[in-house]
Design a protein around this ligand. Structure first.
Ligand code: ATR
Length: 288
């Protein structure tokens, strides 16, 4: 980021609540490092304000912005075009404005897949067990299927309001990927045990275990893990969830959700600017 002038390009994030977001620090640091005449700001906007906000940003020719809770689904309806993954999921976290034409992307799943690689793993062609069918989980399983995993077993509570949506997305995904995606009830413990035993990676895509409920874990029976299993969590507060602790005890390699957050931002940055975010510098400064 240079001195703000009449040429400075504006980027931002629309969400509610938004003041805790780390995205402004991440993107502004990248602008500074790359000496780009750009600035990234946080805007407190809920679903009700989205249409007016998006019209305003379009009029002002703002080049790009992120969209976060609770606005990802409504944003998909406000875009002119959608990336294949955003279309399948019906959610957008990154918007790019090309002379008034808004294209929506979803980079959360890409962020997760880059975090897997960053942790030193290659899961392409392998099987995943995924806990939860909410927004974050959906982004993960869609991208993982598009990237070429062989099979994904999603476990969700039978009471979840997300199950019908997940079934629809799994159907739509079949046209784009040969990955076999299954949806099972989380209450079916023997099925969960079996699917984990065949998986290379187990991912918690739910909020269970997030602060302040740091002692919670959807899996407590460590005999469900095997030593070659990678166990990952989308949670990053705490850095080590109870699930990760149990998995470590069982000899599994683990990683948390911090770099999913970093890499979803890096992917958005690339979409807007065509440049690689200097992730090592940003990791050292903000992602410890
Ligand atoms: P996000 O956008 O962070 O993914 P979300 O879309 O609200 O948030 O999804 C939260 C996920 O965590 C859901 O899959 C939710 O399951 P339900 O729909 O059954 O609530 C899951 N989750 C939260 N608390 C849970 C719990 N105690 N047991 C199982 N799943 C839980």
């Amino acid at each position: 980021m240079k001195e703000i002038t009449g040429h400075t390009q504006v980027f931002g994030v629309l969400g509610s609540p938004i003041s805790h977001s780390i995205s402004p620090q991440m993107h502004n640091e990248a602008f500074r490092q790359l000496e780009m005449d750009c600035v990234y700001l946080a805007f407190e906007v809920g679903e009700d304000g989205m249409k007016a906000a998006v019209d305003g940003l379009r009029t002002l020719n703002v080049r790009g912005y992120n969209v976060t809770m609770p606005n990802k689904n409504i944003m998909a309806t406000l875009c002119d075009k959608l990336s294949p993954a955003a279309e399948i999921i019906g959610a957008v976290n990154t918007v790019v404005n090309d002379n008034g034409v808004l294209t929506g992307h979803t980079t959360d799943g890409i962020g997760y897949m880059r975090a897997v690689e960053d942790a030193g793993h290659n899961i392409i062609g392998k099987k995943m067990t995924l806990l939860g069918a909410g927004g974050a989980s959906t982004s993960i399983f869609v991208q993982a299927a598009l990237d070429g995993l062989s099979e994904i077993s999603v476990f969700s509570r039978s009471t979840s309001k997300f199950n019908d949506r997940a079934r629809n997305i799994i159907e739509r995904l079949k046209e784009h990927s040969s990955c076999k995606v299954n949806l099972y009830p989380l209450e079916d413990e023997s099925r969960l045990r079996h699917e984990i035993s065949k998986s290379a990676i187990l991912t918690n895509g739910t909020s269970v275990g997030m602060a302040p409920d740091i002692d919670d874990s959807l899996i407590t029976d460590t005999s469900m893990f095997h030593k070659d299993l990678i166990v990952s969590d989308i949670i990053y507060n705490p850095r080590e969830t109870q699930l990760m602790n149990f998995a470590k005890e069982a000899g599994c390699s683990t990683f948390n959700g911090l770099y999913m957050l970093l890499y979803q931002g890096a992917e958005a940055f690339k979409i807007w600017t065509g440049q690689d975010m200097p992730v090592d510098i940003i990791k050292a400064k903000y992602f410890n």
